[in-house]
Design a binder for this molecule. Structure first.
Ligand SMILES: *[C@@H]1O[C@H](CO)[C@@H](O)[C@H](O)[C@H]1NC(C)=O
Ligand SMILES: *[C@@H]1O[C@H](CO)[C@@H](O)[C@H](O)[C@H]1NC(C)=O
Ligand SMILES: *[C@@H]1O[C@H](CO)[C@@H](O)[C@H](O)[C@H]1NC(C)=O
Ligand SMILES: *[C@@H]1O[C@H](CO)[C@@H](O)[C@H](O)[C@H]1NC(C)=O
Ligand SMILES: *[C@@H]1O[C@H](CO)[C@@H](O)[C@H](O)[C@H]1NC(C)=O
Ligand SMILES: *[C@@H]1O[C@H](CO)[C@@H](O)[C@H](O)[C@H]1NC(C)=O
Length: 628
């Protein structure tokens, strides 16, 4: 029980008056009375001015939380009409009258019967009356007065949170804001210091400080390093009575975590790394992992690796494993033990996210040397080319050399190799290879017009280690030789009208040739010599690989000759010249005025049936139509 707080106080606020009892007025030093006069009820004041001050009170004060065994004395009502002979009777009405507050009707002494709590009800409004006992008439007008419950400091400051959590970046400047804590006090803030709170730090120095009036927590130490210590538990006290002795206090805990900033560069734990890889490793093969450590967190600990110098700058790569922040060294280009056996690289690790204000600490990067040993691997023979293209004339004799391939064992041992043709690619055994020197021969006759390209595969095998073998494609193109004569492009059968004039074109001829001369075909056409003399037709060579058959006289007769067979010689002008003779069949026919064929049969003119010419024409038309 904090009994020291429960002393009783009652004091007079208005003009001191000799007859008013102020039993505790001498003990009021801690409770300034000054402000209270302003809170007089206007009503009561008016009353006083108007009624010549016959009432000798206006406002009473009473301490809350009185715990004494007796009733608490409040004060005395007194009228200057009271001559002390018991003729006056004081009557009390209003808030709690007769119950909370009782009055001695003879003396006017008011007492409180219960303990009062300002935080529950700070003001009671009552009315007083003084009446003459004999006449029952009031000797004073009824007047209102106030009993104010004085605050005592019975509430301690309470923080809005039991535990605060806050973060502040490590390495912050001294005085950097961390968090503000707040405590409240239920006591009367307008009276005394019961609600005047002062903050202080009980735990957490010298790292943090608190502003006594605001509760703002700030950093107090330079260079606080998260990598050294991350968590701080700070205890803040809030004390009322302006922080003085005897004030009540409450505390709160503030959990403060330092957040990471990039104040640590990456560092390789060792200066040299050594890896080995077989020379056969294909590009992209990982060779080994290196890891620089970084004391920071998250993106501040992210590391980028790069190869900055060394003989293997373009032979190797380094990539970052995003999960582990390791650098993975990989093969970039094909290695060759026989060319270079050891590489030395300088690999750099750097932080991509750098905070410029820490650059004075030095560069945020580190480098290490990586040595890579290339290991020898027994390799198959290597051909001098990735593919070979050879050419051979189609008239080449058997055993003609087309060309040659070469392959070599790249290993230091330089094992001898032998050559062979992959028979699956040369089923007809058209080609042979000299197993010792790689010369390619024909073993069959060739024909370009049958097959232009022979695409085969040649194998090179190490003689004393047949498992080591390689294959190479060989494209053999057969070159054209003029070994085919030109021929008519189609079978030509045509007709000439009986009434044809000389020099009329009756047919155009075209020719084809299977050969494929470099400068294109140049055919020539002529009548076969045996048919040239006395021929009834001429051949006109158009010099564009076509020729025309022309009439040589006016008028042909079916009776004399129903069909002519014209032998035409076609020759190419290539080397060696090739020619052939084709026959064009020309029939003699009756035609209409437009030159359209009407009848080609000699016997049709002998019409023994005696049909009219009109009927014959109709039948002929039918036949022509059917033939068409
Ligand atoms: C009451 O009387 C006092 C003194 O005579 C005076 O100063 C004050 O202004 C008066 N108040 C009112 C409300 O009339
Ligand atoms: C505050 O810190 C203490 C000690 O580190 C811990 O036990 C507690 O759980 C923390 N409280 C909160 C709310 O983070
Ligand atoms: C091709 O050469 C082989 C061996 O050199 C020989 O046996 C064969 O008779 C030759 N063939 C011809 C057609 O010359
Ligand atoms: C390869 O050897 C054959 C005999 O087997 C020979 O005729 C030919 O000229 C040689 N070719 C070369 C390129 O040495
Ligand atoms: C052979 O190779 C040539 C040249 O690459 C190509 O044009 C031709 O189509 C190939 N022929 C076959 C049958 O693969
Ligand atoms: C040309 O035609 C006549 C008939 O008109 C014929 O007797 C002669 O044999 C023909 N000449 C040749 C070369 O066919």
């Amino acid at each position: 029980m904090r009994t020291y707080r429960y002393f009783l106080l009652l004091f007079w606020v208005g003009q001191p008056y000799p007859t008013f009892s102020t039993p505790l007025s001498k003990r009021t030093s801690g409770f300034p009375a000054k402000k209270r006069t302003l809170e007089l009820s206007g009503n009561s004041k008016n009353e006083l001015n108007r009624s010549k001050r016959s009432w000798m009170w206006n406002q009473f004060f009473l301490l809350e939380e009185y715990t004494g065994s007796d009733y608490q004395y409040v004060g005395k009502l007194h009228s200057d009409q009271d001559r002390g002979d018991g003729s006056l009777k004081y009557i009390l009405s209003g808030d709690g009258a007769g119950d909370l507050f009782i009055i001695n009707e003879n003396t006017g002494d008011i007492q409180a019967t219960k303990r009062l709590d300002r935080e529950e009800k700070p003001v009671y409004i009552l009315r007083a009356q003084a009446i003459n006992r004999k006449t029952g008439r009031p000797v004073e007008p009824e007047s209102e007065f106030i009993i104010k419950i004085h605050d005592i400091n019975d509430n301690e400051p309470i923080f809005t949170k039991e535990v605060y959590t806050a973060t502040v970046p490590e390495m912050s400047d001294v005085g950097t804001f961390v968090v503000q804590v707040t405590a409240t006090d239920a006591d009367d803030p307008t009276y005394g210091n019961s609600a005047k709170i002062v903050y202080s730090i009980l735990q957490g120095q010298p790292y943090f400080s608190v502003e006594s009036e605001t509760g703002i927590i700030k950093t107090a130490l330079l260079n606080m390093d998260r990598e050294n210590r991350e968590q701080y538990q700070v205890v803040i006290q809030a004390k009322d009575m302006g922080g003085q002795m005897g004030g009540l206090s409450g505390t709160t805990t503030v959990n403060i975590t330092l957040t990471d900033v990039n104040d640590n560069p990456p560092r390789f734990p060792q200066s040299t790394y050594q890896f080995k890889t077989p020379e056969s490793s294909p590009p992209g093969t990982p060779i080994g992992r290196i890891k620089a450590s970084d004391a920071d967190l998250g993106e501040n600990a992210e590391i980028e690796y790069s190869i900055t110098e060394g003989e293997g700058l373009d032979m190797f790569d380094v990539i970052t494993d995003q999960e582990t922040q390791e650098g993975i060294i990989t093969v970039k280009k094909l290695l060759d033990f026989e060319k270079k056996k050891v590489y030395s690289l300088k690999v750099e690790a750097s932080n991509p996210h750098v905070e410029p204000r820490f650059l004075y600490l030095g560069p945020f990067k580190d480098s290490a040397t990586v040595k890579i040993m290339v290991e020898d691997v027994d390799e198959p023979p290597v051909f001098s080319k990735l593919a070979y293209i050879l050419q051979i004339r189609e008239d080449a004799q058997i055993n003609t050399t087309i060309g040659s391939v070469t392959a070599q064992d790249p290993d230091a041992a330089r094992n001898p190799v032998k050559y062979s043709v992959d028979r699956h690619t040369d089923m007809d055994r058209i080609f042979n290879i000299d197993s010792g020197n790689g010369s390619i021969f024909t073993s069959k006759l060739l024909d370009r017009e049958t097959l232009l390209w022979h695409n085969i595969t040649v194998i090179a095998t190490e003689i004393n280690n047949p498992k080591q073998s390689s294959r190479v494609p060989l494209y053999i193109k057969v070159l054209d030789v003029n070994d085919n004569p030109p021929e008519f492009a189609e079978f030509y059968e045509t007709f000439v009208c009986e009434k044809a004039k000389a020099d009329q074109l009756i047919q155009t001829l075209r020719a084809v040739d299977k050969d494929d001369p470099y400068s294109g075909h140049q055919f020539s056409f002529s009548l076969a010599p045996e048919a040239a003399s006395g021929s009834n037709f001429t051949i006109q060579d158009n010099k564009d690989n076509t020729a025309g058959i022309l009439t040589r006289k006016n008028g042909y007769s079916r009776h004399e000759m129903s069909t002519y067979l014209l032998p035409v010689v076609i020759s190419d002008n290539d080397y060696p010249v090739q020619s052939s003779t084709g026959t064009v069949t020309v029939r003699v026919c009756a035609c209409d005025h437009q030159g359209n064929m009407q009848s080609c049969h000699a016997e049709a003119l002998v019409h023994p049936t005696g049909l009219s010419t009109g009927a014959l024409v109709a039948i002929l038309l039918c036949i022509v139509t059917l033939l068409g």
